[in-house]
Design a protein around this ligand. Structure first.
Ligand code: PLP
Length: 414
């Protein structure tokens, strides 16, 4: 843990690919082991309570030993012992140097951009991003901070990314597989473009999680996470994190979150630690169930299209197999009859719940054109593949046959 002495205005982070690479450490233990152990050792002498489980330290302030010795942690707006365990664990799982938690994935994105961009700067991304990210990109950042977001023309084409980068570009932001259309972006190819222009690459790893995809091994400089989705797995907590170089993480911690209190609460961090223990097993089962459901939907005569990279004839199947070890639990499909068709199917589900969020142990569905991506223009939705009949479907941990039975009877209403 770094020294909390310099708690007023840290040096702003400067992108340095060589330093980022040099600071990365090869993990000694396996992924499953690290999900259980990183950040807390029950046998360590600092474990004053002899606790088997990482303690939930529900305190926002930490006593001074002497007048001029600032304790670390000092106050809950910057870190707490429980958040630190989670931060160390997530950094290890993603293969990054450091991590900072936030109150949500959206807040983690906001904290990052707000810290690294100044008026006149820009961020290059695509339309394949989650709804609140898109809204930050087209409303609050340009209107209030004069930070512009540029959407690439064809995210499958590396030259399209290169085209949008200029000397004012502070970040390239990729979300893959994307929410809600599960578009796969080639992380290696975009990393090569960004690095050739001296710009860092951030990959949003929310849908795959580190259990299935390690963007930093493919060239990303930092990883954005919503903990609220598969990571926590049951819609019980909101949380987010950014994994990346330590100087960047400390820049955000001391120059933004310390001032505005944009943090994850210790209770949520503690709960996230419990959920992360089972992440690899859950992602395997989510992936297996989603593949079964995707195959069923793909063969269904009434379904117009299925977005799931695990299907052999998905245009990016080979790329997805190269950069992920499984295709995850999220898919989307297009019901016939546009908005009305989607409404009929979603209103007919008996088991599958209609609600915002995904990555839950229970199967859940949502209608992106009206709920999360309603701010996009019709043209942008078309370019992003968000048809009026699109249903986002997060395949849960039920027996897959039961999910298919529910889909069967709902689609029969069409
Ligand atoms: C939901 C989501 C986020 C934002 O997460 P919250 O914790 O809900 O704010 C970020 N990225 C992706 C890909 C998401 O799906």
């Amino acid at each position: 843990m770094s020294d909390d002495k310099h708690f007023f205005l840290r040096e702003p982070w400067k992108y340095d690919r060589a330093a980022t690479l040099a600071a990365r450490e090869e993990a000694v233990e396996g992924f499953e082991t690290r999900c259980l152990h990183v950040g807390f050792d029950p046998m360590h002498s600092q474990n004053d309570f002899r606790s088997f489980v990482p303690p939930l330290v529900q305190s926002i302030t930490f006593p001074y030993e002497t007048f001029d010795k600032i304790p670390c942690p000092v106050y809950g707006r910057t870190r707490t012992p429980t958040n630190t365990v989670l931060e160390q664990r997530l950094a290890s799982l993603e293969g990054g140097e450091a991590c900072l938690t936030a109150g949500s994935g959206s807040q983690a994105l906001f904290n990052l951009i707000f810290t690294i961009a100044r008026p006149g700067d820009n961020v290059v991304t695509s339309l394949n991003v989650f709804g609140e990210g898109y809204k930050q990109a087209v409303t609050i950042f340009p209107e209030r901070c004069n930070v512009q977001f540029r959407f690439v023309r064809d995210p499958a084409d590396a030259a399209s990314w290169d085209e949008k980068i200029d000397e004012k570009t502070k970040l390239v932001w990729v979300e893959t597989p994307s929410n809600p259309c599960l578009f796969i972006t080639d992380i290696r190819a975009v990393a090569a473009v960004a690095h050739s222009r001296g710009v860092p690459l951030m990959v949003d790893n929310t849908t795959a999680t580190a259990a299935l995809q390690r963007p930093m091994d493919l060239g990303a400089d930092m990883v954005l996470l919503s903990i609220s989705k598969f990571m926590a797995g049951n819609a019980t907590i909101l949380g987010g994190a950014l994994v990346g170089p330590e100087p960047l993480v400390e820049d955000i911690r001391w120059n933004t979150t310390e001032f505005v209190g944009a943090i994850m609460q210790p209770m949520e961090a503690w709960m996230a630690l419990q959920y992360v223990e089972t992440l690899p097993m859950r992602m395997q089962r989510h992936s297996a169930n989603a593949l079964a459901v995707a195959r069923y939907l793909h063969a269904h005569p009434k379904v117009e299209r299925v977005n799931y990279s695990g299907l052999e004839d998905h245009p990016q199947h080979a790329l997805a197999c190269r950069q992920m070890s499984g295709h995850g639990g999220l898919l989307s499909f297009v019901a016939p009859g546009g908005m009305q068709g989607a409404a009929t199917v979603m209103n007919s589900f008996k088991r599958v719940v209609h609600a915002v969020t995904f990555g839950t142990s229970r199967s859940i569905c949502m209608h992106p054109p009206t709920i999360t991506h309603e701010h996009m223009s019709a043209g942008e939705r078309k370019a992003a593949g968000i048809d009026d009949g699109l249903i986002r479907f997060s395949v849960g941990l039920e027996n897959p046959e039961d999910i298919i039975v529910d889909l069967e009877q709902a689609l029969a209403k069409m």
